[in-house]
Ligand binder design. Sequence first.
Ligand code: UDP
Length: 252
Amino acid sequence: MVKRFDGREYNELRKINIKLNVIDNAKGSAIFSFGDTVALAAVYGPKPSKMSLDYDKAFLRVRYNMLTFSTPERKKPTPGRREIELSEVIKRALEPALLLEEIPGSIIDVYVEILNADAGTRTASINAASLALSLAGIPMKDLVIGLAVGKVGEKIVVDLNKEEEDYDSEKLRKDPEKSKYIEYYGEGRATDIPVAIIPSEKKFTLIQLDGEISNRELNDALNLALEKALEIKNLMKSNILKHLSSSGNFIY
Ligand code: UDP
């Protein structure tokens, strides 16, 4: 029976890989991957703010960057409009979970580098940053989980890869090797919905939508996102606990 391009079920995430504290000079760091999409996040701070403004909470700065060699076609090294926007999107997705008022007058810098891109880099970045922030000891009420859901053709799926994001049944019909996938996905193109979720509150801190989808389908997709966010959170949490216990830190 035909399944997704890479053989997954509709509700199956790509293989998740997590590596913690990979950078000695950072306060906390992590690599998070969804299949071939690999994000590295490093957190520096909190450090005292040199800005003259008197802030009553810490100031979060996020820089998202996609490395030149991360895509099949060489990516220009200078940050473009996309990188600037994604830095802001990731910052806004993380901020609601952080207790920044507990560390007033300080700055936290989060640097994200995409090592390899196959769609879903902003959501992998959110997970890598969440892990790095927690390892850096930044007070937070929960991990923020990023993942994409969406509609490919007529099918609701989780964690779209690039081939699914680019789905177009009209184009596929002309490809003798790939046309069989229309049987699984159905007609039309793809609608990608990257989201970020605070699982303990079932709160969405990011919903973006590129494409078309009905209210009912959107509801189904967001429910699927909530379910899978919990799965990702449990995996991230168990990795943190394992890392802390193996590095000699006491766990309550
Ligand atoms: N992409 C690329 N070159 C670029 C920008 C994007 O090859 O300059 C690819 C990459 O695989 C990326 C995907 O297009 O993951 C989707 O990009 P999008 O802007 O939708 O963000 P993402 O899904 O990565 O969060």
